[in-house]
Design a protein around this ligand. Structure first.
Ligand SMILES: Nc1ncnc2c1ncn2[C@@H]1O[C@H](COP(=O)(O)OP(=O)(O)OP(=O)(O)O)[C@@H](O)[C@H]1O
Length: 229
């Protein structure tokens, strides 16, 4: 799915350049579930942003497999990258990031618009995705009328509705209590297994990470364990 070769990422800040990732090389296979751990500032979110084609590496290569051959994400135009994000990558965040003025179903429909799926077809697909995450009876609720766990289910439905190849989740259980955490992780695990979707999850929670097939540990921008498949 992904191959990273000697990837570094620096940001310019007022105090000079900050190296967020430093010489990271790794592979992530199709359908793998990988957890990303490490101390704060270690580079976890930066890695997810590179995998999500939201940022490009300062040096090294990030390649994403495609039917047409491997795509070098650092060499593509913003237009191509946004097409890849819209079609192939689902994002799930700690703070859910739902649009507060849209109902659950319309939040999910919004993920289909950039790939040209609209109208009744989009609504049918969104309802079906909400059914898959156990929210078939909440489709017309606004986010504020849903619990945190339910809002995260809507966000998962929104990520999955386009049938992505990969879900990138940044602390998806960070705002949930333990019971909700376990439900959300089980849901993501089950759906990704069923749909053969690759799952990369940043988490500070060791119990969550222990359920992944592999744990990557980033410290000071360097990959200190988990590179080997
Ligand atoms: N847009 C940016 N501009 C400047 N510096 C940044 C930017 N994004 C990240 N950094 C810096 O890069 C380093 C790695 O940040 P990153 O957010 O990837 O770490 P993290 O492991 O996700 O941390 P946390 O667990 O606190 O979320 C940090 O020193 C951070 O301050």
């Amino acid at each position: 799915m992904y191959e990273l070769v000697n990837v570094s990422k620096s940001y310019r800040s007022r105090d000079g350049a900050v190296t967020a990732l430093d010489g990271v090389s790794l592979e992530i296979g199709d359908g793998e579930w990988v957890a990303v751990q490490g101390p704060t500032g270690g580079g976890k979110s930066t890695l997810l942003q590179l995998l999500g084609a939201l940022e490009q590496p300062t040096s090294g290569t990030v390649t994403l497999s495609a039917d047409s051959g491997a795509l070098d994400l650092g060499a593509l135009s913003e237009q191509r990258l946004s097409g890849i994000r819209a079609n192939r990558i689902g994002f799930v965040f700690q703070s859910f990031n739902l649009i507060p003025t849209l109902t659950a179903v319309n939040n999910v429909v919004a993920a289909l618009r950039p790939i040209g799926v609209r109208g009744p077809v989009a609504h049918a697909r969104a309802r079906e995705a909400l059914g898959r995450v156990g929210l078939g009876d909440r489709v017309n609720h606004l986010p504020a009328a849903l619990s945190g766990g339910q809002q995260q289910r809507v966000a998962i439905a929104r990520a999955l509705v386009k049938n992505p190849d990969v879900i990138l989740a940044d602390e998806p259980t960070g705002n949930l209590d333990e019971r909700m955490r376990d439900e959300i992780v089980s849901l993501l695990q089950r759906i990704c297994e069923e749909q053969k979707v690759t799952l990369v999850m940043v988490t500070h929670d060791r119990q969550v990470a222990s359920r992944a097939g592999r744990i990557l540990t980033l410290d000071g921008g360097r990959l200190v364990s988990g590179a080997e498949v």
